[in-house]
Design a protein around this ligand. Sequence first.
Ligand SMILES: Nc1ncnc2c1ncn2[C@@H]1O[C@H](COP(=O)(O)OP(=O)(O)OP(=O)(O)O)[C@@H](O)[C@H]1O
Length: 612
Amino acid sequence: MRRKKEKENDAEKVKKRPLMRNVFFVYQHMRKWLPESITVLALNTVAVAIAPFIWIVVPKLIIDELQGSARMDWIITVLAVTLIITAAVHFTKEACIGVFRMKMARIRMLFGLELHDKAMNLDYHHAENADTQNLLNRATRNTGNPNHGLGGVMKQSFSLLGYMIGFIGYIGIILSLHPVVLVYLLISVVIIYRLKSKSDKYRYSREDDIRPYERKSRYIGNVLTDFEFGKDTRIYQLKTMLLDKMERLNKRTEGVQKEINTKSLKVELIDTVLVLIRDGIVYAYITYMVLSGKMSFGSFILYATTINGFAVWMLELMRNFTEFRLAARYVDDYLDFMEIENEKILGEPSPLPSGNRLAIHFDNVDFAYPGTEKKIFESLSLDIPAGQKLAVVGVNGAGKTSLIKLLTGLYRPTEGKITIEGTDISTIPLTEHYKLFSVVYQEIKPVAASISENVAASETYDTNRVWDAVQRAGLGDKVNSLGRKLDTPLLKIIEDDGLELSGGENQKLALARALYKNGPIVILDEPTAALDPIAEKDIYESFGDMIDGRTAIFISHRLSSTKFCDKVAYFENGKIEEYGTHYELLALNGKYAHMFNTQAQYYQDQKVEVTA
Ligand SMILES: Nc1ncnc2c1ncn2[C@@H]1O[C@H](COP(=O)(O)OP(=O)(O)OP(=O)(O)O)[C@@H](O)[C@H]1O
């Protein structure tokens, strides 16, 4: 089973982008964003390539000179020049490391910004898709971890070219010793390298198995530490269940990691034995050459330091190269995410319908959520004339919120079309389309920013308009009672004195945001669920004023609220079962009337009980 999976993974790898393409992708961006980073890279390359040879060549020169004419002034000059060059090379390397580290951090941040921008602009259905979330997690490691993917390519490039040039220098010296020695050294290096890259490939493929465990475990970690889950986790004692789940996930992760480690340990062992044999043979050969008088003592020192340095150099080069290759492979994760395509608009882009009174038409719409079979809507048709206030009601799961998701463009119908003022919405670019709607959802999450910024959804805003929206949404008194008024920061997550609003206050804030946006189509999805009865009554009474003649859709389980709407559509299983005014539907005495009476009866019974 595992074999099969490994093969599948390998086959998938073959389909991946060429590694050099990934590397050039990183270099292109380095050049585009911070061209000086390439200069630093080049300087460091020269320093790295020169450094080891200074103290390989100079001892030979000095020993040969001592055994020959022994000119002290010559020796002192060589030593002085060598010391100056060593100091310059050392300083260049150190300075480059510091500067390059800063440049890399900046470039990773810029890659991160592009990633966030992409994530925010992805079609909404991706936000609910586990595969896309996995891709995003993998892509985020590229920008968050300096050793991984994009960061890894930059980091490993820093010394890699220097090591490669130095490698050529080593080859030249060893070739002058004996070509067979060079061939032998190279063969052993190739064997070790192949073993290591196989082990790295295995690691890469097995990390795919770990990822879902990590994601689930991270989710549980968030639930356990998130303020918002605090009540549920305590009252229902969810802690034990969640910790047990987390423990199981961590054990699975550990299991896979153990298999990966065992494999790389075996490779390390073979590597050590090969290095031992390799060095043993070469040292025996040069010792023999000196003893038989075929090599000077100076040359012995030269070759001994070369062979010694070569082994360390090769290991560094291989490690560097392997990590460079691996990092370049992981750049795929970033590109996979960045290359996710949004659905294209159909045909020529249409301009946004203009005006504040827009008619909406659902024309034979079919819809199933991506990756699911079940049709939520089948041949659904619905007309909402311009300026109409439509109440959408029905039991849980009837499709009310799905209707809104389709209208606002978060999902696209599988069949049929939705038009606004006759324009098929699938021909309107989404960023334009979103401008049409002022929506208040049942669940609202303010962001950690000031009240004004939350209302205006921007750092720049018109304070008078923000005040107006806040007051109309019924939040005026609350804001007036705060020391910093509209500038009060929300949430404690960033500011210590951040304000935590109650559920109902949050809903009023969402209402204020919708009023501020002033979109021509207003959608209220259970906007009063968390409001107290007085606030709810105030909102209903000012509903007409808030809507101000716009087309509005009002989803609510509180059927008394539908009285404020022109029409009511009663949904069941994705179909409109009943349609008419509130009073028409009551007179019909069907499902809507039954639901309404059930709710009303509950209140009447309470009244009777209290009177009794
Ligand atoms: N992202 C999704 N993927 C798959 N199915 C979904 C998704 N969101 C909702 N559904 C399914 O679509 C159906 C309709 O859900 P929808 O949220 O539209 O109902 P609703 O009428 O708004 O319910 P409620 O009154 O509880 O808010 C439900 O069966 C639900 O399970």
